[in-house]
Design a protein around this ligand. Structure first.
Ligand code: NAP
Ligand code: G4F
Length: 326
């Protein structure tokens, strides 16, 4: 059976991908960096089935050693500084972790296991101030944040290693995808967590930024299947993965609050702290290539996704409350 090495396995996508590959019978190696407190929340249920390797994206020697010891057939490079808003106050760290680290991973594979298939987690954030709508594989990039700029580097270095060294390297240009495992700072999770806290009487407002931003939001569990499909093809290539539907942050608020019988206008406060120095106004993906060539499709729609996230946060916040009063 095959070996897979996942960087970023403790994150949202890494945890769904690890589950998916374990289910398929893969031996899954997960790269984790040293942290002062354990960070296994997303993978607690499969922690004992993952073979853990210590390493850091910014440390090439540790990555070469990780590839040597995992001897992977497939490498999924998901690790990054992934929060766009943090990339303005931390542009250099973002450049190291989200841009240069891709070269580190590619070098590690080229040196230690050049035949391994490589997936790079590229992003719709690269389209930034979009020059056409919907966005597809051939749409020119116009990044609007240090994060977006770093992802453009990661994307092109992946293409370059494919063309220079004949590596089986694919880049998945994924539009926003969410789940109950999303970090609390991202807008969908911030809203589902905020709704749960307000509903349960633990908060009385939710402070937000630009409500007019439009995103193409899908379910992370559906998107990791596309990553795997890309590495099962005869030839390496790049693919847009998206729902082809766009919703505003305001619509997200309406759906989430009304699900628990509340009106978002009674609770949402606009706070300039959450408005970005340069905004990506809209993202809408055209994933016809992935549908046609990979046979990829999605199962979870936007409303269902928002409801799933609110339900999960209501359950979690209630459990935290019960623990507090027990
Ligand atoms: P995430 O939840 O923020 O996970 C990021 C992962 O990277 C975590 O496991 C984190 O480890 C790890 N990491 C960060 N810095 C590292 C370092 N220096 N060394 C080793 N590991 C490090 O992100 P995600 O939402 O799952 O996204 C996965 C990838 O897809 C990212 O590259 C992201 O930029 C990209 N992407 C995401 C979306 C989306 O909508 N989710 C869309 C397009 C592209 P810790 O647990 O230790 O922090
Ligand atoms: O949820 P967000 O922080 O995601 P963003 O910036 O679109 O980035 C995510 O998707 C990218 C793919 O396109 C990934 F590459 C990236 O790693 C990440 O996963 O913000 C979404 C939108 C933005 O326009 C933001 O300005 O929501 C708007 N927004 C409005 N109020 C807010 C808030 N975003 C956050 N995080 N917090 C707010 O209070």
């Amino acid at each position: 059976m095959k070996n897979a090495l996942i960087t970023g396995v403790t994150g949202q996508d890494g945890s769904y991908l690890a589950e998916f590959l374990l289910e398929k019978g893969y031996t899954v190696y997960g790269l984790r960096r040293r942290t002062s407190t354990p960070n296994y929340e997303n993978v607690q249920h499969i922690k004992d089935r993952i073979r853990w390797i210590s390493g850091d994206l910014t440390d090439l020697a540790s990555l070469i050693e990780a590839v040597r010891s995992a001897d992977p057939d497939e490498v999924y490079n998901l690790a990054a500084q992934s929060f766009v808003a943090s990339s303005w106050p931390q542009p250099l760290a973002t450049g190291q972790m989200t841009a240069l680290s891709v070269t580190n991973m590619l070098e590690a594979v080229r040196i230690a296991k050049p035949g391994a298939r490589f997936y790079q987690a590229s992003s719709s954030e690269m389209f930034g101030k979009v020059v056409e709508t919907p966005q597809k594989e051939t749409t020119p990039f116009y990044p609007r944040s240090p994060y977006g700029v770093a992802k453009v580097y990661g994307h092109w270095i992946t293409v370059n290693y494919r063309e220079s060294f004949g590596m089986f390297a694919c880049s998945g240009i994924l539009f926003n995808h969410e789940s109950p495992r999303r970090g609390l700072e991202f807008v969908t999770r911030k809203v589902s967590d905020g709704v749960a806290r307000i509903k349960l009487g633990l908060a009385n407002e939710l402070r937000m930024g630009n409500l007019d931003a439009l995103r193409d939001w899908g379910f992370a569990g559906d998107y990791v299947k596309a990553m795997w499909l890309m590495l099962q093809q005869d030839e390496p290539d790049d693919y847009v993965i998206a729902t082809g539907e766009m919703h505003s942050v305001r619509e997200l608020l309406e759906i989430a609050f009304s699900y628990v019988g509340l009106d978002y206008r009674d609770y949402v406060v606009i706070d300039p702290e959450f408005v970005r120095p340069a905004e990506v106004d809209l993202l809408l993906g055209d994933c016809s290539k992935a549908k046609e060539k990979l046979g990829w499709s999605l199962d979870v729609g936007f409303r269902e996704l928002v409801h799933m996230m609110v339900d999960a946060d209501l359950k979690r916040v209630k459990a935290e409350q019960n623990m507090q009063y027990a």
